[in-house]
Design a protein around this ligand. Structure first.
Ligand code: DCP
Length: 480
C-alpha cells in the first residue's frame, strides 16, 4: 500500500476522468445511427447472445445491465441494439478501443501531468494549471463562467428546494472569502469542464470527472454523477462523503482486506475506521497497510499522479469458460500462438511509435483439476526474458506454459504431448509483456541497441520472422 504524504496532499488539484459507457460510445461513433438508442456491446461468444460488456445509458433505463447476456437484454428491451466487439484471431480485438482511449489521453494531457490508468480512465494533476489561473485570471473575478462548469456537482453545497443550482455553483466559484484550497478547486472546475468539452469536440466522446485534492477522492467522485458530468469534493465535504461510504467501495478494499475489515473489525463504512488508532490498524494489518487505512479514513492519500501516457505493460488474453475449457496441449498451443501474435504486433508498434522495448514475458493461466483433492491449487504464473519476434514469443510462451503445467499437474511429461490429458482444463490464458522502458537516447539505432543488450534480445533480432522492419530504423534526429 502506498504510504501517504499528508502534508502536501490537500493543496493539490487532481481530476479523475472516466469515459461514459466507453465501448458503446466508440461503436456509436462508427455507426452514428445508433446514437441515442438503447445500445450494448457484446463480447464475441455465441452462447445466449454473448456477454454484455458495455451498456449505454439509454439501455440502462430499461434495466439492462453488464451482467446480462444478449438474449436476456433483448427480453428486457426488444429494441436494444447489440453490437459485437470486433474479432481478430478468434478473440476480441480491443485495438479500436485502445486507440480511442489514446485520442482522449492526448487531449487531457494538454493541461497537466496525466496518468493513463486504464483503457478509459485518466488521472490528471492540475495543480500547476490551477495555481497559474489563480495568479493570472482568478475565477472569483470572472464575469462569465462556462455553462458546463456551472453544471458541476459540488459535494456539500446546500441546494435547498427551489434554489437555482447553477447559481449556487456560480456563487461558490465566485466566493472571495474561500480558502486557498477551495479557490484552487474552483480553477479545477473550470479547467476540467473545458477539457471535457474539448474531448467532446475533438473525439465526439463524453466523459465524467471527479475533482478533488487527491487521487482517491477524485476517483470516488467521478462515478457519482454520470454520464457527462463532473463532481467536486471540497476539503470540508470529505468527512461527510467517507462517513457513510461502504468500505468495499474503496479502491483496494473490494477484496480480502475489505472482507477482513468487515468480518474481523466490524468496519462497514470508511467512517467506521476512524474509531481505531493507527497502532491498532498497524498491529492487525502491518505498518504500511495500517497507516494507509488510518489515512484513507481521513481522506488522506499521498499517491502521486504518475505522468504516464503509455501503458506500463501489454497483455493479450482469452477466457475459455465451462465446456470451452482447453483440455489438450495442442489446443493450448493454438491459442497461445494467437495471443502471442497479437502481443508481438503491439510490441512492434510500441517499439516503432514510442521507441520502447519490453523486457519480461509472463504467462498467466487459470486451470482446474477434476480429480484432485488439491483443487484449490493455482496454475503458477511464469516469466522469462522477452525476445522480440512472433515465433520467439510463441516458443517462449509455450515453454512457460509447459513449465507451469508440470508444476501444476506434478507429473506432466513430454510424452503426453498431443494426447488428450484427462483431468485438467485451462479456463483462461494470457500473455503479457512488462518492464517496458524507452530505448536510451543517444542510441543511434534500435538494432544497435539490441546488439548491446542480452543475447536473448540479440538472437531474436537476428531470426525474427515477423519483426516489423520499422524496428531497425534509426531513432529520430537528435540522437547520435
Ligand atoms: N469492460 C469490459 N469488461 C468488463 C468491464 C468493462 O470489457 N467486465 C470494458 C467495456 C467498457 C470499458 O471496459 O466500456 C470501460 O469500463 P467501465 O467500467 O469504465 O464502464 P463503462 O465505461 O462501460 O461505463 P461507465 O459509464 O459506467 O463508466
Amino acid at each position: 500500500m502506498p504510504v501517504a504524504k499528508p502534508e502536501s496532499s490537500d493543496s493539490r488539484v487532481i481530476a479523475h476522468v472516466d469515459m461514459d459507457c466507453f465501448y458503446v460510445q466508440v461503436e456509436q461513433r462508427k455507426q452514428p445511427q445508433l446514437r441515442g438508442l438503447p445500445t450494448a456491446v457484446v463480447q464475441y461468444n455465441e452462447w445466449k447472445g454473448g456477454a454484455l460488456i458495455a451498456v449505454s445509458y439509454e439501455a440502462r433505463k430499461f434495466g439492462i445491465k453488464r451482467s446480462m447476456r444478449g438474449e436476456e437484454a433483448k427480453e428486457v428491451c426488444p429494441q436494444v441494439q447489440l453490437v459485437q466487439v470486433p474479432v481478430a484471431r478468434g478473440k476480441a480485438d480491443l485495438s479500436g478501443y485502445r486507440n480511442a482511449g489514446s485520442e482522449v489521453v492526448s487531449i487531457l494531457a494538454r493541461r497537466g501531468r496525466c496518468e493513463r490508468a486504464s483503457i478509459d480512465e485518466v488521472y490528471l494533476d492540475l495543480t500547476d494549471a490551477a495555481e497559474m489561473m489563480l495568479a493570472d485570471n482568478p475565477p472569483q473575478g470572472m464575469e462569465t463562467i462556462d455553462e458546463e462548469a456551472l453544471k458541476s456537482h459540488i459535494l456539500g453545497l446546500n441546494n435547498e428546494d427551489g434554489s437555482d443550482v447553477k447559481e449556487n455553483v456560480r456563487n461558490w466559484i465566485h466566493r472571495h472569502n474561500a480558502d486557498h484550497r477551495d479557490k484552487l478547486l474552483a480553477c479545477g472546475i473550470l479547467i476540467v469542464a473545458e477539457l471535457r468539452m474539448q474531448v467532446l469536440k475533438e473525439t465526439e466522446f463524453t466523459c465524467s470527472a471527479g475533482i478533488a485534492h487527491n487521487k482517491m477522492l477524485a476517483k470516488l467522485a467521478s462515478g457519482m454523477n454520470k454520464p457527462a458530468q463532473q463532481t467536486v469534493v471540497p476539503f470540508s465535504s470529505v468527512k461527510g462523503l467517507l462517513d457513510t461510504l461502504p468500505i468495499r467501495k474503496m479502491k483496494q478494499l473490494g477484496g480480502k482486506l475489505g472482507i477482513s475489515l468487515q468480518m474481523d473489525m466490524g468496519v462497514n463504512t470508511v467512517g467506521d475506521l476512524l474509531q481505531f488508532p493507527e497502532e491498532k490498524l498497524q498491529e492487525r494489518y502491518g505498518i504500511n497497510t495500517g497507516t494507509w487505512l488510518w489515512n484513507i479514513a481521513r481522506g488522506i492519500s499521498g499517491e502521486e499522479v504518475e505522468g504516464r501516457l503509455l501503458p506500463k505493460s501489454h497483455g493479450s488474453g482469452k477466457t475459455f469458460p465451462g465446456p470451452r475449457a482447453l483440455k489438450t496441449v495442442p489446443a493450448v498451443q493454438h491459442w497461445l500462438n494467437q495471443l502471442c501474435e497479437e502481443l508481438s504486433e503491439r510490441l512492434c508498434s510500441d517499439l516503432d511509435q514510442n521507441k520502447r522495448i519490453a523486457h519480461t514475458l509472463t504467462l498467466h493461466a487459470r486451470a482446474y483439476k477434476s480429480s484432485d483433492s488439491d483443487s484449490q491449487k493455482k496454475f503458477p504464473s511464469k516469466s522469462c526474458p522477452l525476445r522480440y519476434g512472433t515465433a520467439k514469443i510463441q516458443e517462449d510462451a509455450f515453454n512457460l506454459f509447459q513449465a507451469g503445467l508440470r508444476e501444476y499437474i506434478g507429473f506432466y511429461g513430454g510424452k503426453t504431448r498431443g494426447s488428450h490429458c484427462r483431468g485438467w482444463g485451462i479456463t483462461s490464458l494470457s500473455v503479457s509483456a512488462s518492464k517496458i522502458v524507452p530505448i536510451p537516447s543517444g542510441t543511434c539505432s534500435i538494432a544497435k541497441y539490441f546488439h548491446g543488450q542480452s543475447t536473448s534480445h540479440f538472437s531474436s533480432m537476428q531470426s525474427s520472422d515477423n519483426l516489423n522492419t520499422e524496428a531497425t530504423l534509426s531513432l529520430p534526429s537528435g540522437s547520435i
